[in-house]
Design a protein. Sequence first.
Length: 97
Amino acid sequence: MANKNSSGAEASAGNNYNERKWLVPSKRAKGYAEERKLKVHKFGKKQGEELTEYDKGIRSGYLLCQSDHAGMFKFKKALGEGKDIQEARKISRKKGN
């Protein structure tokens, strides 16, 4: 699938934003995503204070972890349904159900 706005040399596999980042974020992940957007603590003792670089990293890591777990769940489920490895990988990265 070609990208309209870039040539073949500019496009890379890492720039596909159509792939699912996480299936259904947990309550904590939703809060972390909101905090990252606002760049401010929303909960706890530091409520209202600006996020430090360390705190931003913690939130990013947690959200990536959510993505990994959701992807692995979908991958194993597809393998259990008799799909081959390549097809299971595609399914695990697809957004939605």
